[in-house]
Design a protein around this ligand. Structure first.
Ligand code: ACO
Length: 377
């Protein structure tokens, strides 16, 4: 009998988790039991990372000590900066992947997969990730990397290292919320990839490298970059209809729409929509939000019947763009937010490990006769 094939592992439960809960029909997301709306509105990225990695909200004291650890771990070795310099022509996502790989050579816990060591490495990677992305961005412009500033929070320090100047509070809060919204999301493709790596008892750096590689694709984290390219191509709201129709009629997809799990609006999109609108008005560029909402409220309305709504990537790109962040840094920013989630998924995987190794049904020819190369025509 032919085996049942679950293409794309759609609707397959691979394990249990206490990391996040997603109700795709209702558009609901909880991290460790806490609603994403509360976390986006009331929390900070540092607190959310603590929550994810420790399973509970910190006391003031716990948070302050955790935050101090993050701040103390931001520096990356000079050798890693040299590696980033060698690959300065790469896409920042490739440079981030290379940088994380290079960091493993200097991590004292690299091959220790105990929960304690994995947690330490996850915290270090969370802290060092922004330094990697910012240093590569400076190097590719022919500029010196900016050293981390321990007076600034995670988001603020990243902006400071990226642009070499003190960021304003509002911008820092925007990025902080963006990091919160991207921190964890169940068995999404990149977390699944990281889990597969961990399931072979490989180390956290290898798993995070896997996560970065998987996230890069335009059907996953790459969508934010593609959405902004689309908005730039559209140019004006009145062009949106025709532009999108052409894509859809030729069987293409509108980036930033659709999700494997959400068949209602992705709850993360709400926060980015509001902020994209406010930021566009503040900087005198409401056009991008108008283009995006035209696509959402006119072109894509019939797709709602099929459960296709905006996802987290749809408005994210416009925010980064309005903050003066180049398009190719959008996915690395997503990755920086997601490092804690990948770490948590790996911790769960190690805790009750089983090798993740599905099957493929073979449909090729059988028992062919091997012909020596000299006799092949
Ligand atoms: N635009 C137009 N049609 C779409 C879109 C879209 N963005 N997304 C899905 N569809 C259509 C498909 O063509 C398919 O139509 P059909 O039934 O007529 O063949 C139907 O909706 C179902 O799509 P699937 O590909 O089966 O859905 P799946 O769960 O496999 O894909 C995915 C999810 C990959 C995210 C898809 O919606 C997509 O490609 N979206 C655009 C890329 C994107 O925004 N990715 C970011 C996702 S969020 C994240 O990863 C952080």
């Amino acid at each position: 009998m032919a085996p049942q094939i679950y293409k794309g592992l759609k609707d397959v439960y691979l394990d249990t988790t206490t990391a996040s809960f997603i109700d795709g029909q209702e558009g609901k997301l909880l991290y460790r039991g806490y609603n994403i709306h509360d976390l986006a509105e009331k929390s900070t990225f540092e607190e959310v990372v603590y929550l994810l990695l420790n399973g509970k909200l910190p006391t003031r004291r716990e948070l302050s000590s955790f935050d101090a650890t993050l701040r103390a771990n931001r520096r990356i070795p000079d050798e890693v900066i040299q590696v980033l310099d060698l690959v300065k022509a790469s896409h920042p996502m490739d440079a981030l992947r290379t940088g994380i790989s290079a960091l493993s050579a200097f991590d004292p816990d690299v091959n220790d997969n105990s929960p304690e060591a994995t947690l330490r490495k996850g915290i270090r990677l969370t802290a060092m990730g922004p330094t990697l992305v910012a240093a590569h961005h400076r190097l590719r412009q022919g500029l010196e990397p900016v050293a981390p500033n321990a007076d600034l929070n995670h988001a603020g320090n990243f902006l400071y290292m990226l642009f070499g100047e003190m960021p304003d509070e509002e911008t820092v809060k925007l990025l902080d919320v963006d990091f919160i919204l991207h921190a964890e999301h169940g068995a999404n493709a990149s977390a699944f990839g990281a889990r597969v790596t961990a399931s072979t008892l490989s180390d956290l750096h290898s798993a995070v490298v896997t996560g970065v590689g998987v996230l890069k694709g335009p059907w996953h984290g790459g969508a934010a970059e593609e959405v902004m390219k689309m908005a730039e191509d559209i140019g004006q709201p009145e062009n949106a209809e025709e532009y999108c129709r052409k894509i859809l009629e030729s069987g293409g997809r509108i980036m930033g729409f659709g999700h494997r799990v959400y068949k209602a609006e992705d709850p993360r999109a709400r926060h980015l929509r509001e902020r994209s609108k406010a930021l566009g008005e503040k900087v005198g560029q409401p056009k991008w939000f108008q283009i995006l909402t035209y696509v959402e409220e006119n072109v894509m309305v019939p797709y709602r019947k099929k459960g296709i709504f905006v996802n987290v990537d749809f408005f994210a790109g416009s925010i980064y763009y309005l903050l003066g962040i180049p398009d190719d840094l959008f996915i690395p920013i997503f990755a920086l937010g997601r490092i804690p989630g990948w770490t948590l998924q790996c911790l769960e995987q190690y805790k009750d490990n089983i090798l993740i190794r599905p099957l493929l049904e073979y449909t090729g020819p059988m028992d062919l006769q091997y012909v020596p190369i000299s006799q092949r025509r």
